[in-house]
Ligand binder design. Structure first.
Ligand code: SF4
Length: 157
């Protein structure tokens, strides 16, 4: 919902702190997740993620979440799906060229990033959307990536 999405950006500082706790718990539980099997967990995790992030951010489940790098403003809500900053059509009032009643997701993103106290990360470059990942859980992808990195690190020692 649009107003909830905007509320989330207004509270990006607090919400990002909550997310960091969640992320730490997620990382702590990766051995358990690995034991259970990431593929077995995909369906239930996707269900929970879709519900929570759909409510708070109008998440569309692109499978490669950028929220922590975009001030908690989901770039996939941009009608042009711009993932690296706004197009040239932002209106003088900060609204979208395509949907005049909607605030540009990138105007929101910079405000959210400022509230998170991080204006550096948002300036980084996001890779193009990998369309094979649509509908998949980003949470599990992050946990899986972390496990693989840790395994690679252990193997080098
Ligand atoms: S970036 Fe992708 S996963 Fe993250 S909230 Fe937006 S659609 Fe959902």
């Amino acid at each position: 919902m649009y107003f909830v999405r905007r509320w989330s950006v207004r509270h990006a500082g607090k919400l990002s702190r909550v997310y960091r706790v969640f992320e730490a718990l997620l990382f702590l539980s990766t051995p358990l997740l690995k034991l259970t099997g990431f593929s077995r967990l995909e369906r239930p995790t996707r269900f929970i993620e879709r519900g929570a992030k759909g409510l708070l951010f109008d998440c569309r489940m692109c499978g490669q979440c950028a929220l922590t790098r975009t001030g908690l403003s989901c770039p996939m809500n941009c009608p042009k799906e711009m993932r690296n900053g706004p197009c040239g059509g932002v209106r003088p009032d900060g609204n979208c060229e395509v949907k005049p009643g909607m605030r540009c997701v990138w105007v929101e993103a910079w405000r959210g990033a400022a509230r998170m106290g991080d204006l550096e990360t948002i300036a980084g470059i996001e890779p193009p959307v990998d369309h094979r990942l649509w509908g998949r859980s980003s949470w599990l992808a992050v946990a899986r990536e972390r496990t693989e990195k840790k395994q690679a690190g252990d193997a080098k020692r």
